[in-house]
Design a protein around this ligand. Structure first.
Ligand SMILES: Nc1ncnc2c1ncn2[C@@H]1O[C@H](COP(=O)(O)OP(=O)(O)O)[C@@H](O)[C@H]1O
Ligand SMILES: [Mg+2]
Length: 301
């Protein structure tokens, strides 16, 4: 697997406070990586370290296979577009004037500028002053400014923050389109629902630590939902499964938490051995929100 971003033991401390702890990020090239966590969990701090805007206390950042060092920094950052916290852009200038500034700063050609503006669908708003833009338009201008250099990697910190549902949807569509065109997108949010279906990979932070990293399907599996058993004698079955914390559900079924496949087979074999008739075994339905609440222990996502 080739990772466009990988960190080893990335850590940031302010005084005695550790705000990012021992992070091993793995972002595969070409994906949308949803970086999720409650407010204050360390998302922005991590992204700033990836962009070399702040120095890690410990650990290493690798981008496009190379360690980020004083010597490689410039060259690596040339391949990264970013939008950190509030949308950039000068409010008293028009969209076009803002784009012209970045064009001169980075020595870009007109085609690159037009491409970025069209990608975020702002071509009809370029003559308006940015102060008259909606928040969604400002965010899209911010993304256009980040895209103009045609980066391989785009790092967006809460680009959907404060947007209405239509605005959020526009950003989601845009991110998917970018990933289809081969740009890797790392996008953070404190709201699961805003990134959820857009992201191929998820990294979940809680109090500066990565509590999960993987695909959505892996997240659902990792959280090991209850196994629900329908059987001829639920009362005896619950008694037999006390070591597994088995309990009776309202529907008269037996629920057993967090069993892996092998444990499930063992538990069922034990019940069969007792002469209990097994009618059905299934995994409980659970939503990604349930998993989240469970993982972050109700941390407000
Ligand atoms: N410059 C700083 N000095 C001290 N503490 C900071 C600084 N920047 C961020 N923090 C703290 O680090 C924690 C993580 O912040 P942040 O990375 O902004 O979280 P998030 O982006 O997930 O909301 C917060 O508790 C914040 O108060
Ligand atoms: Mg933040």
């Amino acid at each position: 697997m080739s990772y466009i971003v990988a960190t080893e033991g990335l850590t940031k401390r302010y005084g005695t406070r550790t705000v990012v702890e021992d992070l091993n990020l793995r972002i595969p090239e070409g994906c949308v990586y949803g970086f999720l966590g409650p407010n204050g969990s360390g998302k922005s701090t991590t992204m700033k370290m990836l962009l070399s805007l702040i120095q890690p206390t410990n650990g290493e950042v690798q981008v496009m296979g190379q360690p980020m060092t004083r010597a490689t920094r410039r060259q690596l950052l040339a391949g990264i577009g970013s939008l950190i916290e509030s949308p950039p852009g000068y409010a008293h200038l028009t969209g076009a004037e803002n784009m012209r500034l970045i064009q001169r700063l980075l020595g870009l050609n007109q085609q690159q500028i037009d491409f970025a503006v069209h990608t975020v669908r702002l071509q009809d708003q370029m003559d308006k002053k940015v102060r008259n833009y909606s928040l969604g338009m400002k965010q899209r201008l911010g993304i256009a400014l980040a895209l103009a250099r045609q980066p391989r990697l785009l790092i967006l910190d809460e680009p959907t923050n404060g947007l209405d549902p239509a605005g959020i949807d526009e950003i989601r569509t845009l991110l998917r389109r970018l990933a289809n065109d081969g740009v890797t997108v790392m996008v953070s949010s404190h709201l699961l629902g805003e990134i959820d279906k857009t992201a191929h990979m998820l990294g979940i932070l809680s109090q500066g630590r990565m509590i999960f990293q993987g695909s959505r399907a892996e997240l659902m599996t990792a959280s090991a939902p209850d196994v629900i058993i329908t059987c001829s004698d639920p009362r005896t079955a619950v008694a037999k499964l006390t070591s597994f914390n088995g309990r009776m559900t309202d529907a008269g079924e037996v629920a057993v938490p967090a069993l892996d496949d092998r444990q499930t087979a063992g538990a069922i074999a034990g019940l069969v051995h007792e002469g209990i008739g097994i009618f059905g075994v299934r995994r409980d339905e659970q939503t990604l929100e349930d998993v989240f609440m469970h993982l972050t222990a109700g941390g407000g996502l």
